[in-house]
Design a protein around this ligand. Structure first.
Ligand code: FE2
Length: 261
């Protein structure tokens, strides 16, 4: 059995995989430093606006792309990565559109509730590239292994999986490492106990033939935007409840999930 078929089996069984590839180059290092510096600069300069964004209370925000993220993608897409990707998914990387972004976790914040990244039918592939080390101190993503590709309502997840699933995993990453996960795997952001922003690049891949009319705005400079929660009053209220009245929020999700199709 070849190495790559083992990777495919691992991904399909567990819903995620950390690749054997690690990006190492001067160009990559330079881009990482620039992205970290620019993001911090934007954060400090625009703090008053950022405080009003959906996701600020939780501490989870989105990094909106500039061309620098496309450069990182191009560095990643060498022959060896393309081969590994094809071995896992049976499709070429060029068959996919790529949405460039990043996930930012603010210092001393970031604890999320478990969720999936969209409905099962949307069939997205989430690919993370670490531009700095991520360990237990600075908000590794926590996943519940083998909870992907199943149509599961929140109450089913909560009672059938959350309590009995012992296979929780914190995705620690070193700079240059790549993790791919199925978008439907249950996961959450954990708390960033460090004093620095945790910045993790996120490339969302959607198959061209399944999603037509793909567009994305690429800004001149990197910016920070809202994330899971939007910035409306209703969403702000929901976010506040999810943090300050977490048991009530879970109860609300369980009840409403009974009625969801
Ligand atoms: Fe997520």
């Amino acid at each position: 059995m070849s190495k790559n078929s083992i990777e495919k089996i691992f991904f399909e069984k567990n819903g995620f995989i950390k690749l054997n590839i690690k990006i190492k180059s001067k160009n990559f290092d330079k881009l990482c430093d620039e992205i970290i510096e620019e993001t911090n600069e934007f954060y400090l300069k625009n703090f008053d606006k950022i405080k009003k964004l959906g996701g600020y209370l939780t501490g989870n925000l989105e990094l909106l792309p500039s061309k620098k993220l496309i450069h990182i993608w191009k560095i990643l897409c060498n022959r060896s990565f393309k081969k590994t990707f094809k071995d896992i998914f049976g499709k070429k990387i060029s068959d996919f559109d790529v949405k460039f972004s990043g996930n930012i976790v603010l210092p001393k914040k970031g604890y999320q509730h478990f969720h999936t990244d969209g409905p099962l039918r949307s069939k997205k592939i989430i690919l993370n590239v670490a531009i700095h080390d991520i360990d237990t101190s600075n908000a590794p993503t926590e996943i519940l292994i083998n909870t992907h590709n199943r149509k599961m309502k929140y109450w089913e997840f909560y009672f059938l999986e959350f309590f009995k699933n012992k296979k929780r995993k914190l995705l620690k990453m070193q700079k240059g490492e790549v993790v791919i996960r199925n978008h439907s795997i249950w996961h959450r952001g954990t708390r960033n106990n460090s004093k620095n922003l945790r910045i993790l690049l996120l490339f969302q891949l959607t198959e061209k033939k399944l999603h037509n009319k793909f567009t994305q705005i690429i800004n001149k400079d990197l910016m920070i935007g809202e994330n899971q929660f939007k910035s409306s009053f209703k969403q702000n209220l929901k976010e506040s409840i999810s943090i300050y009245l977490a048991p009530l929020y879970i109860f609300y999700r369980i009840i409403t999930s009974f009625f969801k199709k």
